[in-house]
Each structure stands twice: as structure tokens, then as C-alpha cells.
Design a protein around this ligand. Structure first.
Ligand SMILES: C[S@@+](CC[C@H](N)C(=O)[O-])C[C@H]1O[C@@H](n2cnc3c(N)ncnc32)[C@H](O)[C@@H]1O
Length: 284
């Protein structure tokens, strides 16, 4: 079942534009997402296995799990494959990504409740039932935090905190903005020397890290043709602004949202596009 968000009835003027832009981006991208991120689906499986370890080291399999920014639903699917027998909930800004998630979960026989929601909305835009203090675990994964403005972190983390049971866990991950910033500078130097092959992929979607450390995700269809040699290289681009995630800002806002503790776990994952991922496990 796909539920529509209650956001139309809410006063969310301040955040609507950025969220709508993100939703539009993923609506266009959904068709290509797994293809472009072929590495991502594999890496996300490894990341979910790591996430599962982190959760189980600190307790038992949760009974109610929410994946905010679930995208096309691979995390829930992977947790189902790992044998997690729990109620799965997922929400995302993009209805097109959610449709993919519905299809993937149905194909794999994973039961889930999915809806169009926003981490910045009260009750995540679920609408009718109140989800306050319902979840043992909430995840917000895949560098999704990069889609929020820094000023929005506190709202997001506070909303998550409210939805967790006492003692519940919030687990999110990101690619450290400071490290990416340095990496991009290296890529730019290589590009300026005509050695663009090294950083092509990265340069294609981390551009314009200008004055306020903004990234511009700018995906080109030529990347699609890398993965599918039978396809003609048609140029398509889906520009979107996003932010680098800066660890010191997340740490402060997690604390201010009321979490009792937060632990950082950093791992390198992915083969063709090595990613240094930082997980933050927060306990309410
Ligand atoms: C990079 S994708 C990651 C998807 C998935 N978590 C994964 O790891 O494969 C980021 C996702 O976050 C969603 N997203 C971004 N901002 C959001 C927000 N404010 N509330 C809910 N979802 C959001 C996007 O629509 C997108 O599907």
C-alpha cells in the first residue's frame, strides 16, 4: 500500500521548495537509480549488514523499524533477507522511488508499509495514525542527510527522537563532507591536467563546492551507458543542490534533539567507488 502525504494540510512553506526539488530529482532519477548506483546496491547491502551488526551488538532484533528516505527500499529488503522478522515501515519524498520499493518488496515477499513522507514534517507526514514513540529503530541512510540544509538538522533529529520508543536507536550514515571536499580538490587538479578518467564519476556529481560547501549532484546519462554498453550515450542531466554533511554539525544537533548518546563508526565500503562511510548510532 502506498499512502499519500498529509503535507498539503500542513504549514510547511519554509521547507517545501527544497524538499520538492529533491522529490522531483528522485522522481526523474528513479528509473536509473539502481543502474547508476550498481555499486550502490552492492555497497548498500554491505552497509546494511554492518548496520545490522551495530544494532545487534547493542540489543536484539527490533520489532518495529522505520526507514526514512527509504528510496527504492533496498535497505528494508536486505534486512528482510538477513532474517529480521519485524514490522517494516518506509517513507520517502519521491513517489516514484516508493513505487520501485513497493515492487521490490512485493517481489521478495517482504511486508512493508510505505508512504510519501518527509523527515521534516511532524509525524513524518503519515497523516492519520500517530507514530509517536512507536519505533525501536529508525534509519536514515545513503547519505540522505546531504539533502537537508544545516538549519534543518535539528527539526529532523527532533522528529526522529519523538518517533522512537524510550531506549530506541536512530542510525544514519553519511560521507564526511570535509573529506569529500579534499577529494574533490584532488579531482579538480587531475582534471585540470587532462587526467579526468580518475575522477570522472565523482566530478560528474560532486561539482560546485563553492563558498557555502554545497554540492551539485549532476548526473549524466553517459554514466548509464557505462553500465549498459548497448545504450546510446544520450545526455540527460538532473541537477540538484545538496550539502556536504559536516560531522561536527550533526553531533551538536543530535545532542540538542535530546538523544542520550551517540557513537561514531567509520567503515570503507564499495569496490568500484570506495566510500568512507560514517555511521552514527544514537540512543534515545
Ligand atoms: C541517496 S538516496 C538514499 C536512498 C536509500 N536510503 C538508500 O540508501 O538506498 C536519498 C533518499 O532520501 C530521500 N530524502 C531526501 N530528503 C528527504 C526528506 N526530507 N525526507 C524524506 N526523505 C528524503 C530522497 O527522496 C532519496 O530517496
Amino acid at each position: 500500500m502506498l499512502r499519500h502525504s498529509a503535507k498539503q494540510q500542513m504549514n510547511v512553506e519554509a521547507t517545501q521548495t527544497f524538499s520538492q526539488q529533491t522529490a522531483e530529482y528522485y522522481n526523474q532519477l528513479a528509473e536509473y537509480y539502481d543502474l547508476i548506483y550498481g555499486d550502490h546496491v552492492q555497497a548498500s547491502k554491505q552497509l546494511v549488514e554492518r548496520a545490522s551488526q551495530i544494532v545487534l551488538e547493542k540489543g536484539k532484533v527490533p520489532s518495529k523499524v522505520l526507514d526514512v528516505g527509504c528510496g527504492n527500499g533496498w535497505d528494508i529488503a536486505h534486512l528482510g533477507e538477513l532474517g529480521w522478522n519485524c514490522s517494516f515501515y518506509g517513507c520517502d519524498l519521491s513517489l516514484t522511488m516508493l513505487s520501485k520499493a513497493r515492487q521490490i518488496h512485493d517481489d521478495l515477499g517482504v511486508k512493508s508499509t510505505l508512504w510519501e513522507g518527509d523527515i521534516l514534517y511532524d509525524n513524518f507526514g503519515f497523516g492519520d495514525d500517530d507514530l509517536t514513540a512507536q519505533f525501536d529503530l529508525i534509519i536514515f541512510r545513503g547519505n540522505s542527510l546531504g539533502h537537508l540544509n544545516y538549519e534543518e538538522y535539528l527539526t529532523a533529529f527532533t522528529n526522529v527522537f519523538k518517533m522512537l520508543k524510550n531506549g530506541g536507536m536512530f542510525l544514519y550514515d553519511f560521507r564526511d563532507g570535509y573529506k569529500l571536499f579534499e577529494l574533490n580538490q584532488a579531482v579538480e587538479i587531475l582534471n585540470s591536467q587532462g587526467r579526468d578518467e580518475t575522477g570522472y564519476h565523482l566530478a560528474a556529481y560532486f561539482q560546485d563546492h563553492g563558498s557555502n560547501v554545497r554540492e551539485l549532484y549532476h548526473l549524466l546519462a553517459v554514466l548509464v551507458s557505462w553500465n549498459d554498453p548497448t545504450q546510446l550515450p544520450v545526455t540527460r542531466s538532473f541537477p540538484i543542490a545538496a550539502h556536504y554533511v559536516l560531522p561536527e554539525l550533526t553531533e551538536k544537533n543530535v545532542r540538542d534533539a535530546g538523544f542520550a548518546s551517540q557513537e561514531e563508526i567509520t567503515d570503507r565500503v564499495g569496490e568500484s567507488l570506495p566510500t568512507l562511510r560514517t555511521f552514527i548510532a544514537c540512543k534515545s
